[in-house]
Design a protein around this ligand. Sequence first.
Ligand SMILES: Nc1ncnc2c1ncn2[C@@H]1O[C@H](COP(=O)(O)OP(=O)(O)OP(=O)(O)O)[C@@H](O)[C@H]1O
Length: 310
Amino acid sequence: MPAVELTNISKAYGATQAVRNVSLTVEPGELFGLIGPDGAGKTTLFRILATLLLADAGTATVAKHDVVREFRAIRNVVGYMPGRFSLYQDLTVQENLEFFAAVFRTTVRENYELVRDIYEQLVPFKDRRAGALSGGMKQKLALCCALIHKPELLLLDEPTTGVDAVSRQEFWHMLSTLKERGITIVVSTPYMDEAALCERVALLQTGQVLRVDTPAALRESYPWPLYAVRAARMHPLLQDLRAYPAAHSCYAFGETAHLSLAQPDAAAEAHLKAYLTAKGHHDVSVAPVPATIEDTFMDLLQTHHSAPVS
Ligand SMILES: Nc1ncnc2c1ncn2[C@@H]1O[C@H](COP(=O)(O)OP(=O)(O)OP(=O)(O)O)[C@@H](O)[C@H]1O
């Protein structure tokens, strides 16, 4: 029996269809990612799973309980870390923890073992108001609060948005430790490097699931020959690459342009260099690169946009 099962879930806010016919399962003990840009429907899905919002259509179960009929049972086994405003800003670190423990009729001491590693990092700040913590510390406290009643399943909505790179890394390390303890984790992120740390991910766009797979399978499924191209001037480079007759797609990727070709071309590097030099570009470099999850996502978005919405 899956830890989470969504079947044809849909939800609209007035005229905005936030989630369309989403079906997916998360296995017990899995670290599962919901990946998508702002507005993709991630928060809406979390709120439905956390029994805080009713879907318009479809069914969902969490830890074998139906989200509508058995919402009370779900609240005891789920730890939910919303994207924003989950902490009481005017309470101290210690008071926030005690408050969340009391809501679940437990104590920090009773569940200390599970939160110890995270709690120890918070001890130097235990008398500081939550509102005065750094982003990384807020995030650790929110995770601690979500864990205080020993949930079977953690729902983490963009836990690393607005957090510095070191804290993000530490956070993902904490998630792998919690996973080793058997906790199922569903986490959303707009960051593709974090998607790669999940066991499986669902790629979401405008409320629809474009694909569910492992990061490796997503990378390997990329169908086009792909090249990283650099030149002295990025903006005209992108324009000229998009006009390249053999181009399938082209977009900025960090400090390079990623160009995919519609057909394999054994001499692509030489052809591209000649083309760009003739267009007046300097310091041109072209190298074949393996696809990342982001490349696969971009490709799925393009296919999705050119197909009618069902
Ligand atoms: N209470 C609401 N009233 C009206 N529209 C809403 C409401 N909540 C969300 N939406 C809209 O529903 C869509 C999905 O929003 P949702 O918050 O679920 O996406 P998300 O992927 O979590 O993005 P974000 O990171 O921006 O929250 C968006 O178009 C959003 O503007």
